[in-house]
Design a protein around this ligand. Structure first.
Ligand code: HSE
Length: 438
């Protein structure tokens, strides 16, 4: 089947990320969507600007209307931002019978009611996962995954730039303006960064979250909005002394009287998971009556995290265009004929680091014996703790942390250690994972 052709509006940070992710993961994306997805046309304000991503095969223009009107493009990806030109172009794409994928929170928060009505009238999809919390699939989680719940409240750190600024102020004592400049340089901030620091961007996103959580129209104008510009380093430090973190939070709660819809700096007890969400990361806590609290965490801004959500929306659109309407989302996420036969690794081949605990006779040379067995099996030791023997005992607890090694080597090493006459009983092993991003 021919690939679906998409037209892209905007070749900035997220546009570039989208081009790169679609290219790099083309095969995997086609296995999920049932056919390929290619960007055939793209519009950018300045065509001469040097770009770090590959635009080969894409017809570039400075006229976005020509992309929206092009007979070949079935889907329009709107990544221009703002709510004037983007609004015009999206309405025009819908009128032309094209599906729309957008990351534009201002557009959806302010004009979503009108846009969705037009899309329903024309029978096209408008997908906007990337508009809230960057790469976190929070729209899908609330709209689909939590569909059985009466949602009670949603609270989130939903502006990456603001969270980055607060974190750097707290951890490194940096100045507000200095951190903001870095966030701009890293492509996190809005074109007008006052949207980030005055809470307007978070208010756009919260408006969308409230609508899908409670089934209410989008009401941006009713959102209470307060930014982080008045927060000082002293506030951050005093809060910390009192056991709190200051986070810029969007919060919407259903009460008997009505719905709270507010964005403002907030003290949160430091033991809460969400209080420990730092840097550009976002997190959204959703409280459902059936499921209880659920927490969603991930990068809230940046080229490829946001592109991740844009491309997921594209896959949804393409599935709807392509597959049997009864089975739009394949049961196992990939199309049945695209499942692959990658082997599951036997546990012996899996590599992890280890915590080892053993009872060793309290005499010279025992640690050296254990270390030499580990060395013979290619296992490096990261740390050792030796406890004093308990009164009346001839054995001491020895705890070791090792670097990563295949499980097979560790099995052999443990068997050899347990065979030492100076080791009593079995060796306790607990696998370790740092779960860092690399
Ligand atoms: N400026 C936004 C932020 C970008 O920092 O969260 C992602 O919406």
């Amino acid at each position: 089947m021919d690939p679906v052709k998409a037209g892209l509006l905007g070749l900035g940070t997220v546009g570039g990320g989208t081009v790169s992710v679609l290219r790099r993961n083309a095969q995997e994306i086609a296995r999920r969507a049932g056919r390929g997805i290619v960007i055939t046309h793209a519009a950018a304000r300045n065509l001469d600007k040097p770009r770090s991503f590959d635009t080969a095969g894409i017809e570039l223009t400075s006229d976005p209307q020509s992309v929206v009107d092009h007979p070949d493009t079935q889907v329009i990806i709107e990544l221009i931002g703002g709510d004037t030109l983007a609004h015009e172009l999206v309405m025009r794409a819908i009128a032309n019978g094209k599906h729309v994928v957008t990351a534009n929170k201002a557009l959806i928060a302010k004009h979503g009611n009108e846009i969705f009505a037009a899309a329903r009238g024309r029978g096209v999809m408008v997908a906007f996962e990337a508009a809230v919390a960057g790469g976190i699939p929070i729209i899908k989680a609330i709209r689909e995954g939590l569909a059985g719940n009466h949602i009670q409240w949603v609270a989130g750190i939903i502006n990456g730039t603001g969270n980055f600024i607060l974190t750097e102020m707290r951890d490194k004592g940096r100045d507000f303006a200095d951190v903001l400049a870095e966030a701009q340089q890293l492509g996190y901030a809005e074109a007008d960064p006052t949207f980030d620091v005055e809470g307007i961007d978070a208010a756009h996103k919260l408006t969308i979250l409230a609508a899908i959580a409670f089934g209410i129209p989008l009401q941006f104008e009713s959102t209470y909005t307060e930014g982080i510009t008045r927060i000082t380093r002293e506030d951050v430090e005093y809060a910390e002394e009192l056991g709190y973190r200051i986070k810029h939070l969007g919060l919407t709660r259903r009460t008997e009287q009505g719905i709270e819809l507010r964005v403002h700096p907030t003290l949160i007890p430091e033991r809460r998971l969400i209080a420990n969400v730092d840097g550009v990361m976002n997190a959204v806590l959703v409280m459902g009556d059936a499921v209880g609290p659920t927490l969603y965490y991930g990068a809230g801004a940046g080229a490829e995290p946001t592109a991740s959500a844009v491309v997921a929306d594209l896959v949804d659109v393409v599935r709807a265009l392509t597959s049997d309407p009864e089975n739009r989302v394949p049961h196992l996420a990939f199309q049945p004929d695209a499942l692959s036969d990658v082997p599951i690794l036997p546990m012996e081949e899996v590599q992890t680091a280890y915590y080892l605990r053993m009872q060793a006779r309290d005499e010279p040379g025992v640690l050296a014996d254990v270390a030499s067995i580990l060395g013979e099996h290619g296992i490096s030791i990261e740390a050792v703790i030796q406890q004093e023997p308990q009164p009346g005992s001839a054995h001491a607890s020895v705890i070791m942390l090792t670097y990563r090694v295949p499980e097979r080597n560790m099995n052999h090493a443990i068997a050899a250690i347990e065979a030492l006459s100076s080791i009593e009983g079995t060796v306790t092993r607990i696998r370790m994972e740092t779960l860092d991003a690399s």
